[in-house]
Design a binder for this molecule. Structure first.
Ligand SMILES: [Zn+2]
Length: 430
């Protein structure tokens, strides 16, 4: 029997309403006991004095780029980045090459993850074949193969009839569609948010309503057919408003927001740095505040990174030509802890809920809790630490981060997956 005793930490477990100084005993990969003064002999002891012991973070939105784009990221490197960021479970998007749209594709991800991954990987499948938006996938086969949800992320689903059918099928299997909203006609050739800054910089803009109009469409369709929809990377106030009304009407709609949309605005684009170019784009300070408020009020359910690696050769282009997307696994916790908890919008238990318990609940993953018998996925946080985000924090194959040099509070001290320490004090241990 393997065992690990995490001693004297502040154990915060939102699923059980726990926030107290306690010890956590892990045996054979599961939580065996939580309480004060646990003295049972353990093979390994972790001194968590002065640190926070939380359920492992769950990231519903990452791009691991394998198969097809291994020079940007792999399942091995992307899950090490996740481990360094305190994420014990990740959900990789299906916009790889080939697109994950068959049971064989799901099997490929499961096998590669089984061999290479540092953290749990829960695969999802595309909504439409090859993500072309033209015909829907075999939902039943894919659920049976292990797809936990469906998403055409990277692409908007423009055909409303396709979205309707997809929501109907997903309702039969009780799995959600995770949707990247953005009307392609309104987006046009836009590269940043439309507004005062885009006008000044002379760059083509994307109006926030391009996102909101599809959010409204998704909620209307989900209500009509009784399906579940999860809105990915919400970026504007109008989307938050539509989600709020949908929830009030009893629609099964959930939503995520990224650390970069919570912490940055389009004012960051003044230097035409492509590390601030992402989809949806950074918006105004007013929109950013609406996202923080939406998260604090529970309209937005959780935080997801949309970790989107691109190699330097890809990103090292003019702002117009560079691809959309930034990495986010390693920087998520310090950025949102600083912005939201130090900033006073959320308490630490609320933030932990939005990084672990809530995302697990959305996909019904057996994660996000420190209940007795649960998988011992644990993230240990050092909230006292202060410093600048630097190169040493990254494990991704790519470096397209907007946060290099940013002063932050808090960091991940250790990450434990099913009782095994996979990251500690800056070192990945797998
Ligand atoms: Zn997306």
């Amino acid at each position: 029997m393997t065992s690990l005793l995490i001693q004297n930490g502040r154990v915060i477990d939102p699923a059980n309403g726990r926030d107290e100084l306690a010890d956590l005993l892990i045996q054979d990969g599961r939580v065996a006991a939580v309480g004060r003064g646990l003295t049972r002999a353990a093979a390994e002891v972790f001194d968590a004095r002065g640190k926070v012991v939380a359920p492992g973070f769950v990231d519903l939105h990452v791009h691991l780029r394998e198969p097809g784009f291994e020079s940007d990221e792999t399942i091995a490197s992307g899950t090490r980045a996740a481990a360094a960021g305190g994420f014990t479970s990740v959900v990789p998007m299906a916009n790889t090459n080939p697109v994950i749209d068959t049971a064989a594709g799901i099997k490929f991800i499961q096998e590669r993850a089984g061999a290479d991954a540092a953290v749990n990987v829960f695969p999802i499948a595309a909504v439409t074949r090859e993500q072309k938006g033209e015909s829907i996938v075999e939902f039943g086969d894919l659920v049976q193969a292990g797809a936990v949800a469906f998403s055409d992320d990277g692409h908007a689903i423009m055909n409303n009839e396709i979205m309707r059918r997809a929501l109907e099928y997903c309702a039969m299997f009780d799995v959600p569609i995770l949707d990247h909203c953005g009307d392609l006609n309104l987006i046009g050739h836009g590269v940043m948010c439309e507004g005062e800054v885009s006008t000044r910089l002379g760059l083509p803009g994307i109006p926030p309503v391009a996102e909101a109009i599809q959010v409204a469409r998704d909620i209307a369709l989900a209500e009509y057919v009784g399906g579940k929809v999860h809105i990915q990377h919400v970026s504007c106030a109008l989307s938050v408003e539509f989600i709020k009304r949908g929830k009030e009407r009893g629609v099964a709609v959930t939503a995520e927001v990224t650390p970069h949309h919570l912490a940055l605005t389009d004012a960051c684009l003044e230097r035409y740095d492509s590390n601030f170019k992402m989809s949806p784009p950074l918006a105004s300070e007013e929109e950013r505040r609406a996202l923080v408020r939406g998260l604090a009020e529970g309209v937005i359910d959780c935080i997801a990174t949309d970790h989107a690696p691109h190699s330097a050769t890809q990103k090292d282009k003019t702002f117009d030509e560079a691809p959309f997307g930034v990495i986010g696994s390693e920087t998520a916790f310090p950025v949102v802890y600083t912005e939201l908890v130090v900033g006073g919008a959320l308490t630490l238990p609320q933030l932990i809920e939005k990084l672990s318990t809530a995302p697990a609940r959305i996909l019904k993953l057996p994660k996000g809790t420190l209940s007795i018998g649960a998988d011992a996925d644990v993230t240990i946080l050092d909230t006292e630490w202060r410093g600048a985000i630097d190169e040493s924090m990254f494990r991704s194959r790519s470096r397209n981060t907007p946060f290099l040099g940013r002063q932050v509070h808090g960091k991940v001290a250790a990450t434990i997956v099913r009782g095994r320490v996979v990251y500690r004090d800056g070192q990945v241990l797998v």
